[in-house]
Design a protein around this ligand. Structure first.
Ligand SMILES: NC(=O)c1ccc[n+]([C@@H]2O[C@H](COP(=O)([O-])OP(=O)(O)OC[C@H]3O[C@@H](n4cnc5c(N)ncnc54)[C@H](O)[C@@H]3O)[C@@H](O)[C@H]2O)c1
Length: 319
């Protein structure tokens, strides 16, 4: 019998897979404070993980731990170096969430381009007749979008953008030109140059030492005045303070953010008061369909791991 710690509840359809399998016994851990995790986790052979932070102080107490199954694809909340050194495997829900994230990007692009929130307010406050010519709004037709990072989400997003007849540039040094062209995109080599011509920018790369603060005030100042920037990847890839300054001072048109340097975002963060920035609480994958897929895949990955049947794409490669 394998003991699995489910750190924060996942969808019941996932947990049912454990219920149906006599080899597994699970326990849900709702309190994700460091003190509680240090106390609770040592007994488990495997863990499922949402947003809790698993640093070395916690992990070194987990002597039985063989596998962590992330409910998601990002894993910057786990000490990967520790896992690597101690031969603990890390699994992700690789095929569960790209569609929901790509749809969230389109929602943000459309909402900001069409002035949805402002028009909604006008209707509700009796300004129906005065709305014409009050807002600057845009079509997507023939507009240039620059996608940074052409992995699972980038590849789904491009199809949505092409559906709106946008021109898609892709910056991803690790993906070949032919693999981008196959999807209808144009590979760009020079980030600085491509930023200058973009009408939209959408970020889909991991946060690491190379990508932290990749988009800063210096680069924002080179971009078009009406550019709209969307970040659903990780906070910190765009410098948040710089982005806020750029939007506030009309250096760029607006931004949509699902992710933040510090989550939850603090209530005194200036972005909260910036009406030209559309915010969501890291909720791009919260759709019903995606939550079910992620719940099922998180559990199935643990079962497949212990049965030696794990699909290679679910395993994080530490090299
Ligand atoms: N908001 C959410 O709820 C949510 C959900 C899922 C994923 N994410 C985040 O979205 C991002 C993308 O996820 P994915 O599943 O598409 O990842 P992925 O690993 O499939 O793709 C990432 C791509 O980024 C590229 N890349 C890496 N470094 C780069 C660099 N310096 N410049 C340009 N490209 C670079 C890689 O070559 C890869 O093609 C991740 O940061 C992930 O954590 C957020």
């Amino acid at each position: 019998m394998y003991k699995i710690g489910v750190i924060e509840r996942i969808h019941n359809k996932g947990l049912e897979l454990f219920d149906q399998n006599k080899k597994f016994q699970y326990e849900i851990i709702d309190d994700i404070s460091k003190e509680n995790l240090i106390k609770q986790l040592p007994k488990f052979d495997g863990l499922t993980l949402r947003v809790a932070n698993l640093g070395p102080e916690i992990l070194q107490k987990c002597k039985k731990l063989k596998v962590i199954s992330r409910h998601g694809v990002g894993y910057d909340n786990v000490d990967v170096e520790y896992l690597k050194k101690n031969n603990i495997k890390l699994l992700i829900t690789a095929t569960a969430n790209a569609v929901s994230v790509a749809e969230h990007v389109m929602y943000m692009i459309l909402s900001l381009s069409k002035g949805i929130n402002e028009y909604d307010k006008m209707v509700r406050s009796g300004q129906f007749r005065n709305a014409a010519n009050k807002l600057l709004t845009f079509e997507l037709l023939n507009k240039e979008i620059l996608i940074l990072g052409f992995g699972r989400i980038g590849k789904i997003l491009i199809q949505r953008c092409l559906g709106f007849d946008m021109k898609v540039n892709v910056y991803d040094p690790y993906v070949e030109k032919k693999d981008i062209e196959k999807y209808g995109g144009n590979k760009v080599e020079n980030l600085e140059q491509s930023l200058k011509s973009a009408d939209y920018l959408s970020i889909h790369m991991p946060l690491n030492d190379n990508t932290k603060n990749l988009i800063n005030l210096k680069k924002l100042k080179t971009m078009k005045k009406n550019v709209i920037i969307i970040n659903t990847a990780r906070g910190g890839i765009i410098n948040e303070k710089d982005l806020n300054e750029a939007v506030k001072n009309n250096i760029i048109f607006g931004a949509g953010l699902d992710v933040f340097e510090k989550e939850p975002i603090e209530i005194d963060n200036p972005l909260i008061k910036n009406k030209k920035v559309l915010l969501s609480p890291h909720s791009a994958t919260f759709t019903e369909e995606c939550t079910i897929r992620m719940g099922i895949q998180t559990v199935q990955n643990i079962i497949d791991f212990f049965d030696n049947k794990l699909q290679k794409k679910m395993l994080v490669n530490y090299d």
